[in-house]
Design a protein around this ligand. Sequence first.
Ligand code: ADP
Length: 420
Amino acid sequence: MPTNQAGPNTAIRNYPKLLRRYQQLLDLTTDLAATFDLDTLLQRIVVAARDLTDSEASSLMLYDTQSHSLHFEAATGGLVSGVGQRTIPADNSIAGWVFTHGEPIVASDVLNDPRFYREIDVITQFETSSILGVPLKTKDKILGVIESVNKQNGTFTEEDVQILQTLAAQAAIAIENSQLFMQSDLIAEIVHERRTPLAALTAAAHLLQRSDLPQSQHLRLSDTILNEVRRLNDISTDFLELSRLESGRTHFQREPIHLGGLIEESLELVRPQAQSKDIKLETELDSSVMPVHGDRKLLKQLLLNLLTNAIKYNRPKGKVVVALRMEEKEHVVMEVRDTGRGISAEDQEHLFERFYRVSDSEDDVQGTGLGLAIAKRIAESHHASITVESATDHGSSFAVHLPTDSPSEATTRPLIEPPL
Ligand code: ADP
């Protein structure tokens, strides 16, 4: 690693400055620990990184498990404009090197460094000449990278490396805390969602205790109890599934899948439900469709979520069609079409949000509002997307666009990357 060692004399000469920097860092640490809003936090970190290392600018990238790349999350000075939602490949950049090796780097002459990823300079019109990069490490994983760019006078020193590493260690803890804090919103959400069925259960149980309750009401109340217990159970199961997918704890298999077979199997599972509403199930399967690579169990769950919705929100004697076709050699499209109530343009914007239910579905159809959020997560983990087309009162179509991959990609490209 080409770091510049500063001799002991320089260190002694710079002592007051060093002390000032550590004092600054100490003040910041208390500040960081008290900041839970991620954007504010990241902005404070990059400003501190720039100031503590006497650099022209600083930036912070966090690793995104799905795209296997580093996302720019915050930057200062000249780097700000244009950096926006940019990403940097984790395997072909200086930041990527820091991330994969988990070590700091001083690149004093980036233009002659083959790892340098020029695209960001092109976008931001910023001229990078030197970079000091350090990993954002917690106890058990690496969250991303902080970079200080262009040392103001001279080159990055060993003290710069050390101070940025100390900042990064504090920053990583603060970032993780902030992420955990955001996750606790998830907990708040589930607690909230469980309140309604719990209130219904409590009320039903109280009523059952009354000696003057007519016998005819007993059956009705026990029905309510069964329904609400089922609902609580569904909420818990779906929620657990979703939080596993979101936290990256789901274990993904990767195998070739013939979607035709998977569709037939799934249709068998939902046939009783369709029959009870007198709904016809049909297929339009193009036999030339290539297998896709992915996790069979999860893709089946995705399809089942779409199918059960197509049946639940259909009208009696309606129809559900599952179609499978190629889309320009690059994608396989698996589509579920129904003749149901349809979804307004306004509701379509929110369908995939956790716990979102169209208001007029709430009364007559049971659901958790998590099915589509789960479907979307599964699609994303397969580098796929889901599109919706719908007309109120005429029906809806949900299409999953799955990439077909070349044999080499099929074995090398991961589904979701497991967190380090
Ligand atoms: P739920 O458990 O409520 O079905 P989902 O996340 O699967 O949750 O769906 C969210 C909402 O989207 C549903 O409550 C329903 O209002 C609407 N929706 C989903 N699929 C359809 C469909 N095929 N037709 C009409 N509305 C649908």
